[in-house]
Design a protein around this ligand. Structure first.
Ligand SMILES: [Fe+2]
Length: 444
């Protein structure tokens, strides 16, 4: 199905692409000729203010069979378990863990990607464009003659089970578990699945994702720009009665009908594009002496706030790697954080929890809520021989870390919550002995 899909490599490039069925569809030397080749319409999609500084200025020009303005009026539709109403529920500062979310079987209930979106937690307001929200998606059916776009912000999608064939106005991408993709505001897309599928989605209202600065790391490392892939132009000339365009606007869903497929972009150029990234390409950096680097060392993408160095949301992963730290307690340390930490597991078993945190489930450790290794992990890691070992082999955990204080939704508070989560820290023993306080602990 998707083995013939082609991509262009790079992050933040000025790309240009034409469907091979229409050579020379892109105008040369200008964006908006009096008449476009093949009788196409020219349309700009802006991803930043016209006057944004050059380093942040993003837009693309689309050359399409019909302009996207050609649709009937939008009407409000049910938004299901999606919400941005954070105030109707009580705050919950507890350590929270969710068991893997159930995916309905097709027999039980046909559900596509948009119907299967449930908001777990979030903060802020899409109207003033400040905030973020985290969703779980579960689905079993393709979207068919429906597309979706988000006027409120950008989506970062993390599939955990099932491949997503995502058709966008810019072309088609196959996104498999252990890959992620970003669909930015305004881009119309359709998600096709072949079986029961599940994953996580982060929405940011403030701005776009960028690669983190590397500081003293240098010019290479972490997620390298060349490993990000953007689809090549692809179009379908398809007249359909009642093609449904679903838009998320100010937190609500709206539907408009049109009589053609929106995926009729024959050629495009620009630097405002959808893209995907395979997490196996992440170059991991960590200590080769002692102690831990902070988890920011695992940042794949970041959406920055106006506060220097402070993210609306970072997307962070914990990939397979070597653990070689001497005289060090190697699992993540106990901590309380001034950021919110939402974690999910794509595959395998997470290093700091021996059980209970499962693929398709998640955890939320809110601002200043203490957390760290469970009792079993602590005892084991405190006594392990410190030889070089592979860590997190066959696993992929990730974190959405945010400077916002998230409110858990009503759905999040009542669905698949593991009420026993707190018990993983209860067996932690008191090891304190006053008479051994002077013992040297640095192993020297
Ligand atoms: Fe943490």
């Amino acid at each position: 199905m998707a083995s013939d899909l082609q991509y262009m490599s790079g992050f933040g490039n000025e790309f240009s692409s034409e469907d091979s069925r229409c050579p020379n569809a892109l105008p040369e030397g200008q964006n908006n000729p009096q008449k476009c080749a093949y009788g196409l319409y020219a349309e700009q999609l802006s991803g930043s203010a016209f006057t944004a500084p050059r380093t942040q200025n993003v837009r693309s020009w689309l050359y399409r069979i019909r302009p996207s303005a050609q649709h009937k009026p939008f009407e409000k539709i049910d938004r299901g378990q999606m919400t941005d109403d954070w105030n109707s529920v009580h705050p919950n500062p507890n350590q929270l863990r969710w068991l893997p979310f159930d995916i309905p079987s097709k027999k039980e209930k046909k559900q596509d990607f948009v119907e299967g979106l449930s908001t777990v937690c979030g903060a802020g307001d899409p109207m003033s464009r400040h905030g973020a929200a985290i969703y779980i998606y579960t689905c079993n059916s393709p979207m068919g003659n429906r597309c979706f776009y988000n006027a409120d912000g950008d989506y970062l999608i993390v599939p955990q089970q099932g491949d997503l064939l995502i058709t966008t106005e810019f072309g088609r991408m196959l996104v498999e578990p252990n890959e992620i993709c970003v669909i930015q505001s305004g881009m119309r897309f359709n998600v096709s699945v072949s079986g029961e599928s599940r994953g996580y989605m982060l929405e940011v209202f403030d701005g776009h994702f960028q690669l983190p600065d590397l500081g003293p790391i240098g010019a290479n490392g972490l997620a390298n720009p060349r490993d990000f892939l953007t689809p090549v132009a692809w179009f379908e000339e398809k007249d359909v009665k009642g093609y449904q365009v679903i838009g998320k606007f100010q937190g609500h869903l709206f539907s408009a009908l049109q009589d053609h497929s929106p995926f009729d972009v024959v050629a495009w150029h620009g630097n405002y594009v959808p893209y995907k990234y395979n997490l196996k390409n992440f170059m991991v950096i960590n200590t080769v002496s002692f102690d831990h680097a902070d988890p920011s060392i695992f940042t794949v993408l970041t959406c920055q706030s106006l506060k220097p160095g402070t993210a609306i949301a970072d997307f962070v992963i914990f990939p397979p790697r070597w653990g070689v730290a001497d005289k060090t307690f190697r699992p993540p340390y106990y901590h309380r954080n001034c950021m919110s930490e939402f974690m999910g597991l794509i595959l395998g078993k997470y290093e700091a929890k021996e059980s209970g945190f499962l693929p398709g489930g998640c955890t939320l450790h809110s601002m200043m809520t203490p957390h760290g290794p469970d009792a079993e992990c602590f005892e084991k890691a405190s006594n392990d021989e410190l030889k070089p070992v592979r860590v997190a082999e066959g696993t992929q955990a990730f974190m959405f870390e945010s400077s916002l204080s998230f409110r858990v939704t009503e759905w999040g508070n009542k669905t698949k919550v593991d009420e026993d989560y707190y018990t993983c820290w209860q067996p932690l023993k008191k090891h304190f002995k006053l008479d051994t306080a002077a013992t040297k602990t640095d192993g020297q």
